[in-house]
Design a protein around this ligand. Structure first.
Ligand code: ATP
Ligand code: MG
Length: 182
């Protein structure tokens, strides 16, 4: 059978209004390269790679066991890697984002899943094969994050498709603040 395995990752899916605004801003920079489709804009929390379908139940259990607060993410940096990846990042990643990524990654490692050894680096990829970064670009996007998702990534003839398999809520921020205070 063809689909006994899936290429999986946990991520924050960029809300459609914000994704349109980010794409519009990016397109206005008129940069050469390969833009990420608006519907595909996301921020990866943990990349699992190819996994057997039989693992899905335990992955869902891990995600459901996290009771963590939502947060507001300010994407205010435009950065570029030497390989031509152009991305948005927060100059100050919220503690709650780091806790979410760390908690997920730790729970996945406890299941025996090998993850990237590099430290988590919050970023939202805008383009690939982009040779330069406009120094004067000053992005300022605010993203209220209230859930996270498990995605399956599939290469199709017209490009990559991300299928949202399931999403899990994060706790309301006010509620989280009350829990911290008690
Ligand atoms: P393509 O590889 O075709 O350019 P993509 O990178 O968007 O497309 P995937 O390779 O399936 O699609 O990756 C899904 C997400 O996981 C992306 O955000 C990608 O940056 C991230 N990712 C992929 N490989 C790794 C890895 N080894 N470590 C950490 N994150 C990864
Ligand atoms: Mg990739």
């Amino acid at each position: 059978m063809q689909c006994e395995r899936l290429r999986l990752f946990f991520a924050l899916d960029c809300p459609s209004g914000l994704a349109s605004a980010i794409s519009h801003w990016r397109d206005g920079l008129h940069l050469p390269g390969r833009p990420v489709a608006t519907d595909n804009l996301h921020l990866t929390l943990a990349f699992l790679g190819s996994q057997p379908l039989t693992r899905l139940a335990e992955l869902r259990q891990v995600a459901a066991s996290l009771h963590l607060p939502g947060f507001v993410l300010h994407l205010d940096r435009l950065q570029q890697r030497r390989n031509g990846l152009l991305y948005l990042a927060p100059s100050q990643p919220p503690e709650a984002l780091l806790t979410l990524a760390d908690s997920l990654q730790q729970a996945l490692r406890e299941l025996g899943i090998a993850l990237d050894e590099r430290a988590f680096h919050a970023h939202l990829t805008l383009m690939r094969r982009c040779p330069r970064r406009p120094a004067a670009a000053a992005p300022s996007f605010t993203w209220t994050v209230d859930h996270f998702c498990l995605f399956a990534s599939q290469q199709a003839s017209q490009g990559i498709n991300y299928h949202r398999l399931q999403q899990w809520p994060l706790l309301p921020q006010a509620h989280a603040a009350e829990s911290d205070a008690s």
